[in-house]
Design a protein around this ligand. Structure first.
Ligand code: ADP
Ligand code: MG
Ligand code: MG
Length: 255
């Protein structure tokens, strides 16, 4: 079983000619087959964590490690991270002009599987996955993220997730901006992938509502650049009832 290990991760971002430390010692282990939710207030550094693992050039790792089965993820190119089995869906996905969804998916699958999927079975795979997500078949011919609505972007992320079957998936605010139906479909996709037992998911979110549809095995509270509490699904219920205040006021929370 593949294991993603984040150890004492410190990350700074350059802004206005100065460097500001955003992540202040993140520790987390995610294994294939597990679903982890990271929940925390806006501005606490959740997206910074996702971008840092993805290798976004804006974020400088000042200390700490990220490994996948002992391999140094931070030393890998973005392509190598994907080939190693990491899937990173960003809060603000980029447009890829001139590349259709269907070509993009096949290229990604080829990179990850090490060989191009047979066209016939591939077309069927994509069709089935799209039907399951209640996506219009015409969507496959559109350019990646070009003019996608919020809901289409998120469905596209889940489509990738289902077709590419990564070892570790990081989903940043996959629930934001979705109406109830889209939220349910996206959640069902995450649950199907979880049920396969092959994918470890790190679900990053500000809102507790997605956790009505997805039951994480572990819930972590993220505040001020680090994980300040961890528990089971009951921790999400507590957050829904009480909010983040306990974790954000005053001096840094220990533990
Ligand atoms: P969250 O996802 O929890 O809302 P972020 O990781 O987006 O938090 O942001 C954490 C902090 O880092 C914020 O103060 C934000 O302004 C700052 N930050 C994040 N990314 C950048 C960036 N690219 N440039 C400048 N500041 C940034
Ligand atoms: Mg934010
Ligand atoms: Mg964010």
């Amino acid at each position: 079983m593949a294991t993603l290990e984040i150890r004492d991760l410190h990350v700074s971002v350059e802004a206005d000619n100065s460097s500001k430390e955003i992540l202040k010692g993140v520790d987390l282990t995610v294994k294939q087959g597990e679903t982890h939710a990271i929940m925390g207030p806006n501005g606490s550094g959740k997206s910074t964590l996702a971008y840092s693992i993805a290798g976004h050039p804006k974020y400088t790792i000042t200390s700490g490690t990220v490994t996948l089965d002992g391999e140094d993820v931070l030393a890998m190119s973005v392509d190598e991270r994907a080939r190693a089995g990491m899937f990173l869906a960003m809060q603000y996905p980029v447009e890829v002009p001139g590349v259709s969804v269907s070509n993009f998916l096949r290229t990604s699958a080829t990179a990850i599987r090490g060989e191009a999927p047979k066209l016939r079975t591939w077309v069927k795979e994509v069709k089935t996955a799209m039907e399951t997500l209640q996506m219009d078949p015409a969507f496959a011919e559109r350019n990646v993220n070009e003019g996608f609505s919020g809901g289409e972007k998120k469905r596209h992320e889940i489509l990738q997730l289902e077709l590419l079957k990564p070892k570790i998936a990081i989903l940043d605010e996959t629930d934001s901006g979705l109406d109830v139906d889209a939220l349910r479909q996206v959640s069902e996709g995450v649950n199907r992938v979880h049920a396969s037992g092959e994918v470890g998911t790190l679900l990053i979110t500000h809102y507790t509502r997605i956790l009505r549809y997805i039951k994480p095995d572990f819930v972590h509270v993220f505040a001020k650049g680090r994980i300040v509490a961890s528990g089971g699904p009951e921790l999400a219920d507590k957050l829904e009832a009480e909010g983040y205040e306990e974790y954000t006021k005053g001096a840094p929370v220990s533990g």
